[in-house]
Design a protein around this ligand. Structure first.
Ligand code: G3H
Ligand code: 13P
Ligand code: ZN
Length: 311
């Protein structure tokens, strides 16, 4: 099966009350860990590449690695651009074989966001590619752009119908309290996503797929693993997994996870070197890192997203 768009996946996910995991990829081991997990769980999956990941690996390698994963697993896989910052970046990815792009003009004024998004939609749809757009701003760091908690803003439900109608986008990322990175909520606080906003959005856009960014849960076992092996991660808590499960039962069809994979990889490699200080063959530490990414993704698919056995 060639790489697919998310159209069919989202339709089934919406109707079935589950979500598709969108995992960020930066190298071969991450791609293998995610897709081996999806294969074992018989789950569709979205592999997403940020502008930074594309700059790190160059524009060819990640596309070819994702194509290799598709050949190896036979899974329905979407290759998605995460946080496209301009028409040019989106066009370049579409021309390179991505099946889905995000244009993130959420920091721009409403009319400007509509104009840029519409330009991307016109080009993407003419090439059989789907488009995710964003309304509202999340706090946190993405591609070196840092948004403080004060500058973040929840999505206004009264804007979503007009935005979707005028842009023709295929899915919409909204801000309901999640944020990017490993430091989302202060320890001791009780994170609570704004389900009232999600439900209002859903009422105004019945059947339309909603996307949640910043959805890592920051597993404490991996924070501990990093810190017990020479790292210095401040205490932090992520998005509670039961709230993600609840969102997946509503209109949320795509849940973005990156930081949890980074934590699993870094924690595992730190521990490996602590336990085997003499190792210098990269395969010795990348192998357990890949295995732990696989376990983490299996847990997300089965216990959080509910996308197992949905092929
Ligand atoms: O939302 C941002 C993603 O976690 C990607 O991060 O831009 O550092 O690759 P990155
Ligand atoms: P996390 O930082 O919570 O993993 O979010 C990732 C994301 O939203 C990628 O677009
Ligand atoms: Zn994001």
């Amino acid at each position: 099966m060639p790489l697919v768009t998310s159209t069919e996946m989202f339709k089934k996910a919406y109707e079935g009350g589950y979500a598709i995991g969108a995992f960020n990829v930066n190298n071969m081991e991450i791609i293998q860990g995610i897709t081996e997990a999806a294969k074992e769980c018989n789950s569709p999956v979205i592999l997403q590449v940020s502008k930074g990941a594309r700059a790190y690996a160059n524009r060819t390698y990640l596309v070819k690695l994702v194509e290799a994963a598709e050949i190896e697993t036979g899974l329905p896989i979407v290759l998605h651009l995460d946080h496209g910052d301009s028409f040019e970046t989106c066009k370049s990815c579409i021309d390179d074989g991505f099946t889905s792009v995000m244009i993130d003009a959420s920091s721009k004024p409403f009319e400007e966001n509509i104009a840029i998004t519409k330009q991307v939609v016109d080009y993407a749809h003419a090439h059989g590619v789907v488009v995710e757009a964003e309304l509202g701003t999340l706090a946190g760091v993405e591609d070196e752009v840092s948004v403080s908690a004060e500058d973040s803003s929840y999505t206004r439900p009264e804007d979503v119908q007009e935005f979707v109608q005028r842009t023709g986008c295929d899915s919409l990322a909204i801000a309901i309290g999640t944020s990017h990175g490993a430091y989302k909520f202060k320890p001791g606080t009780k994170p609570q996503l704004r389900f009232d906003i999600l439900e209002e959005v859903q009422k105004r856009l019945p059947g339309f797929p909603i996307v949640l960014h910043g959805s890592s849960s920051v597993p404490q076992e991996y924070v501990k693993m990093v810190n017990e092996n020479g790292g210095h991660m401040p205490d932090a808590i992520g998005v509670p997994e039961d709230q993600l499960r609840q969102a997946a039962k509503l209109a949320v069809c795509k849940i973005n996870i990156d930081s949890d994979l980074r934590l699993a990889m870094t924690g595992t490699i730190r521990r490996h070197f602590n336990e085997h200080p003499g190792d210098f063959d990269p395969r010795q530490y990348l192998k357990p890192a890949r295995a732990n990414i696989k376990e983490l993704v299996k847990h997300k698919i089965v216990d959080v997203l509910g996308s197992d056995n949905k092929i």
